[in-house]
Design a protein around this ligand. Structure first.
Ligand code: F6P
Length: 356
């Protein structure tokens, strides 16, 4: 059996652990497995950059962050556009797959990756995917590996900010990754004891945010911590047509939302705001134990799908059970935070403000 393997899109913790799971389970349960590792995601498949991966390469990588195969972002919307040399990328990927005589291609990726995976599946390639992303926004699975590790890191940052904010009696904004969804900011915000959490799914009113800070001041609290998702959006901006909003963010004088929010709070209250942006540290380092377990389980489940030739599926966790979900159902959808979810109500019940 000849299986191709690639990691695509932004990296995260437990990509190696997941690949190790797939490969170990294949070697344990089948004969004559050959693994072809494509370098830097779909780029390797398009441009024929691959190598035969020895089983030993998958040993000792359970705790190793990043991806031993490398990754890159290859936007789905550009997949049908020829490259600068006129190469048809989809045809090139099909040719690589066929010329290598692959039985299946295993793809580890997030939302964009799944759109291309579905495209390749529709083009007749045998595809099995695994959900990875710190954003936890892949439709069809309760959890993606990488998420819990990122929650740990972002929570650690808020914990550290807590002590310095308390010493100085300051207002701090911690900007947490997540341009489109706020799962990470929500979970790290609650875990880190943030006082205000701003996420894209719940547009905020700046006066309400300021009100929440002032409420803490009046209660004699010396500091306030805001956990703000990269994609946090004001009610005013959320009301704009998408194009106009995009233009506004493109031409914004601020490096990111945290700076804009800080500036506006400073302008209205005279308070000095400090900002902490952990950025890509949230995707780095060793996976947490939860991610090591879930990625290993996903890996073993993916190997089972391959052995049973159940192609065109993503492995998923649904209500605590490992399942498979058709790629056609996953592709093009986003799992956002439900503003009415009980976790939001519980957070509000203990006094966390969402600025709404
Ligand atoms: O999708 C994962 C993610 O880390 C997002 O949370 C973040 O907005 C984005 O990727 C950053 O992308 P890049 O690595 O391309 O800077």
């Amino acid at each position: 059996m000849k299986v191709g393997l690639l990691t695509s899109g932004g990296d995260c913790q437990a990509l190696n652990a997941a690949m190790r799971g797939v490969v170990k389970a294949l070697y344990e349960n089948t004969k004559d497995v050959e693994i072809i590792g494509f370098e830097d995601g779909y780029k390797g498949l398009i441009y024929n950059n691959y190598h035969l991966v020895d089983l030993s390469e998958f040993s000792g990588i359970l705790t190793q962050g990043g991806t031993i195969l490398g990754t890159s972002r290859q936007p789905f919307k550009k997949m049908n556009t020829p490259d600068e040399n006129g190469l048809d990328k989809v045809e090139a990927m099909k040719n690589t797959y066929r010329s290598l005589g692959l039985d299946c291609l295993v793809i580890l990726g997030g939302n964009g990756t799944h759109k291309t995976a579905n495209l390749l599946s529709n083009e007749g390639l045998n595809i099995v995917t695994l959900p990875k992303t710190i954003d936890n926004d892949i439709w069809g699975t309760d959890i993606s590996f990488g998420f819990q590790s990122a929650v740990d890191i972002a929570t650690g940052v808020i914990d550290c900010i807590h002590t310095t904010a308390a010493s100085h009696g300051r207002v701090f904004i911690v900007e947490i990754m997540g341009h489109k969804v706020g799962h990470l900011a929500l979970h790290a915000g609650i875990a880190g004891g943030a006082d205000i959490i701003l996420i894209p799914e719940i547009p905020y009113d700046l006066d309400k945010v300021i009100g929440a800070i002032e409420k803490r001041d009046k209660a004699g609290k010396r500091f306030t911590i805001l956990a703000v998702a990269e994609g946090a959006i004001s009610k005013e901006y959320a009301a704009l047509p998408k194009k106009e909003y995009k233009q506004k963010t493109k031409t914004s004088k601020y490096p990111s939302v945290a700076y804009e929010i800080a500036d506006k709070i400073e302008e209205k209250t005279g308070k000095e705001i400090r900002i902490a942006v952990p950025g890509h540290t949230q995707r780095g380092g060793a996976p947490c134990p939860y991610d090591r377990v879930i990625s290993t389980r996903f890996g073993a489940a993916a190997a089972e799908l391959i052995i049973k030739e159940k192609y065109g599926n993503m492995v998923a966790l649904v209500n605590g059970e490992i399942k498979s979900v058709p790629l056609s159902e996953v592709a093009g959808k986003l799992k956002t935070v439900d503003a009415e979810a009980s976790v939001i109500k519980e957070a509000k019940a203990i006094g966390i403000s969402f600025g709404d």
